[in-house]
Design a protein around this ligand. Structure first.
Ligand SMILES: [Zn+2]
Length: 109
């Protein structure tokens, strides 16, 4: 179940992918959507509002359609607000877990 809504009512048009917007987080170790889609990892969004703690997992392919593959994962949270409390204290991170490479490595069958 996806419980988060994009803050922008309509996703940007595909043409915006060509916009030469200098990425604010251009560090080499930043995790981008392009990295996650390669590993089939989704993105987890958490609400940090006091007493809320709502969280959701969003499909990476859907996020790439909205924001482009070069979007740094930590930046995604700024595009969302919590659908439970309406707050903007949303944090995003890769949903390393069930389908993550770490789990595969531990699978010793
Ligand atoms: Zn919330």
């Amino acid at each position: 179940m996806v419980g988060m809504s994009p803050a922008t009512p309509s996703p940007p048009p595909a043409a915006s992918a060509a916009t030469p917007a200098a990425s604010p987080a251009d560090e080499p170790d930043v995790c981008r959507l392009a990295d996650l889609i390669k590993s089939t990892v989704a993105v987890e969004l958490w609400c940090h509002a006091p007493g809320c703690g709502h969280h959701a997992v969003v499909d990476t392919a859907q996020l790439i359609r909205w924001f482009g593959a070069a979007m740094p994962v930590p930046e995604i949270a700024r595009r969302f607000r919590c659908s439970a409390c309406g707050g903007r204290k949303v944090h995003s991170r890769p949903a390393w877990g069930a389908e993550g490479p770490g789990v595969v490595a531990r699978h010793t069958k």
